[in-house]
Design a protein around this ligand. Structure first.
Ligand code: SAM
Length: 315
């Protein structure tokens, strides 16, 4: 069916993301000692794509560290549509891993990730030798890391999975949705955002995804994905920064902020880091760069029952 082929195509966007991250790592934009284990066909991306991924990674990292460094209580992370993201393994190396790190995705994806974690000792040692790993179930269950299959469109299942993973709804929780919700229909996206709001009283919801579908660049961006069988089902429901903020506020989040990546890159990513990476490759496609960055955004929403996040955020 159409919806099945869309699902397969959406899962494939994960391989694309992994290949792009590896391209950045090879050019020294960022460090990731694990992503190469998840990429079968390494690709060299254009400087503009590398810089875009760097901006996304740097903004995500900076907000994640703000969360991890505040207060002294136990914390947890829930990554929605985590794909082959390697943040957990990196945080382990940095001595910054939270008490609990939970990743969910479609079973097709978690099965592959579970198989790779099982077969590479570098990954396996990070989840602990006593972890129970099942390729068939698409599960990894260890003390501090869980990988579980779920279709995000089923928030009842999502609740069950969070409970199964041992999440404590009163702990400070960082929820990650990087290029994920935009692939869901608007009702499902609202349901996920509402579920997270009702479940976690002290939480940051981090979102990174496309905006501005209506101009020429936006239309091209949509056509590119459609030509690969993939629909950005959410983009017309939340087409702007204001709409992304409204998505969270309407579902009960206390605060929400959305910036486009042009602003995030120039005002939030550290100047020193920008200077470093801007020397890595010859770069002259400035028009294209500005346009691309206007079509992606970071939004975060906050629930702050414990009063931890007064200083959290872009400024
Ligand atoms: N978050 C990862 C990252 O930033 O590298 C992966 C992003 S990838 C573009 C989108 C991911 O969302 C895929 O792994 C896909 O399988 C997952 N996804 C999309 N819709 C989903 C759904 N309804 N339930 C679970 N996972 C979903």
């Amino acid at each position: 069916s159409d919806s099945h082929s869309n699902t397969v195509a959406v899962q494939a966007t994960n391989d694309d993301a992994s290949a792009s991250k590896l391209s950045c790592v090879k050019k020294s934009y960022m460090k990731d000692d694990y992503i190469h284990l998840f990429v079968r066909k390494p690709l060299k991306r254009s400087p503009i794509i590398n810089r875009g991924y760097f901006a996304r990674w740097a903004a995500f990292r900076k907000l994640l560290y703000q969360f991890l460094d505040v207060g002294s209580t136990k914390k947890q992370i829930l990554s929605l549509g985590a794909g082959f993201d390697t943040t957990y393994f990196q945080l382990q190396d940095e001595g910054k891993a939270p008490y609990l790190y939970v990743e969910v995705d479609f079973k097709e994806v978690t099965s592959k990730k579970a198989a790779l974690i099982e077969s590479y000792s570098q990954l396996r040692s990070k989840v602990g030798e006593t972890a129970s790993i099942s390729r068939e179930k698409g599960e990894v269950l260890s003390d501090h890391y869980k990988l579980l299959p779920v279709d995000l469109r089923d928030t009842q299942k999502l609740s069950d999975i969070a409970a199964l993973a041992g999440m404590d709804t009163s702990l400070p929780t960082f929820i990650i949705a990087e290029c994920v919700l935009i692939y869901l229909d608007p009702d499902s996206t609202r349901a996920v955002v509402s579920w997270a709001n009702q479940t976690f009283t002290t939480a940051v919801f981090f979102l990174y995804e496309q905006i501005n579908p209506d101009d020429a660049f936006g239309q091209q961006m949509i056509r590119n994905l459609e030509s690969r069988g993939c629909a950005l089902l959410g983009i017309y429901a939340t087409p702007s920064l204001l709409a992304k903020e409204k998505l969270f506020l309407d579902q009960g989040w206390q605060r929400a902020v959305a910036w486009d990546m042009l602003r995030v890159y120039s005002e939030f990513v550290d100047a020193q880091e920008r200077r470093r990476i801007e020397r890595l490759e010859l770069f002259d496609e400035f028009e294209e760069w500005y346009m691309m960055q206007e079509h992606y955004c970071v939004a975060y929403a906050i629930n702050d029952a414990m009063g931890l996040f007064e200083d959290f955020g872009f400024s």
